[in-house]
Design a protein around this ligand. Structure first.
Ligand code: HEC
Ligand code: HEC
Length: 281
């Protein structure tokens, strides 16, 4: 036990030494000399990231969507596809601070985050950018824009035909995603298409989903920053209004007469049976 501790202690001391040597070398390479090397290096450290929101400029939704569609195959799947489509345009048109963001930031979102089938990564990549540009401590609009995007997605039949002109597989069967979850979105589609998740057809479908998500998100942000769009407040669909009446509300900011024991805007009946249905008859 004691020996282990010593070994660990030595290791960490050794790596501290290594790191400070590296710092000095780094200092020298930015041009500082002599005893003041460390201070000079410190003053050349890059500035902290500026606070949000970062600047949005009007983007062409179709160009952004096409980039996302193409990125799917070349940049590591859905999360990278949507994030990099918007980021690349913002780097070109705004530059700093977007130029400080790493390309591989959203690669983990592929296949529903770490392959887990949770949130569709295309939504994750786009949401990150929405947050960067629309965050405002005095407004919840950035939340509503994202909520609206997810709610649109659940109702959307994918893939849309928008990228058929540049797709080797136009006219694919279209199926409602049902929820913002990768799992329902993909599995409902593979079932209807008679395709496997490993097929080229499935990847083509998800590339088009990434394109469409970016197209819609770009439209929304353009309109929002033009002052032409107020992100709508979510309302439960007909089939679940009564669920929210008793179990709601849907968030942790407002308490109501309800039991306040559920959070979120998912379609309840996708996972729960309606335990009030029998009583109602
Ligand atoms: C009239 C009020 C009312 C309505 C309407 C209602 N519930 Fe409930 N629900 C209850 C009550 C009361 C309980 C029991 C709570 C407890 O035991 O803590 C419950 C329990 C539950 C539970 C947890 C226990 C279980 O049975 O699994 C779930 C999940 C649930 N409801 C989902 C729903 C969904 C989904 C809807 C709409 C389709 C819905 N409820 C509509 C009142 C309601
Ligand atoms: C993606 C699937 C899914 C969806 C969609 C969903 N739920 Fe649930 N919910 C669950 C699971 C899983 C639990 C854990 C308990 C269980 O297995 O029933 C749960 C638990 C609950 C509970 C029990 C909470 C408690 O404190 O006992 C309530 C009430 C509930 N859900 C209501 C809703 C309502 C209302 C909606 C729609 C707005 C909804 N759920 C949508 C999966 C879901």
């Amino acid at each position: 036990m004691k020996a282990q501790k010593n070994e660990a202690g030595m290791l960490s001391r050794r790596s501290v030494l290594k790191e400070s040597a590296a710092l000095l070398v780094g200092g020298a390479s930015v041009g500082a000399v002599g005893a003041s090397a460390a201070t000079a290096a410190a003053s050349k450290l890059p500035a902290d990231a500026p606070p949000l929101p970062w600047k949005w400029v009007k983007l062409d939704p179709l160009e952004a969507g096409r980039r996302a569609y193409r990125n799917y195959a070349t940049k590591g799947g859905c999360g990278s596809a949507t994030y990099l489509a918007l980021l690349s345009l913002l780097k070109e048109k705004v530059g700093y601070p977007y130029t400080t963001l790493p390309d591989m930031m959203m690669i983990h979102a592929g296949a529903g985050y770490g392959g887990h089938g949770t949130l569709c990564g295309a939504l994750g990549g786009a949401s990150l950018i929405i947050n960067l540009v629309a965050y405002d401590p005095k407004s919840t609009a950035y939340m509503q824009i994202i909520d609206r995007l997810f709610w649109w997605y659940a109702e959307q039949e994918f893939p849309t035909a928008r990228f058929d002109d540049i797709s080797p597989m136009p006219g694919q069967i279209q199926v409602k995603a049902m929820s913002p979850l990768c799992h329902t979105s993909v599995s409902k589609w593979t079932l209807s298409a008679g395709a496997q998740v490993t097929s080229k057809a499935k990847k083509e479908r998800c590339a088009k989903v990434a394109g469409e998500v970016v197209y819609i998100a770009t439209l929304a942000l353009n309109e929002y920053f033009d002052g032409k769009w107020t992100p709508p407040v979510w309302k439960p669909s007909k089939g679940i209004e009564h669920c929210l009446g008793c179990h709601g509300p849907d968030n942790m900011e407002q308490s109501t007469e309800g039991m306040n024991n559920q959070q979120g805007h998912l379609e309840c009946l996708m996972c729960h049976a309606d335990h009030t249905a029998a009583a109602a008859k």
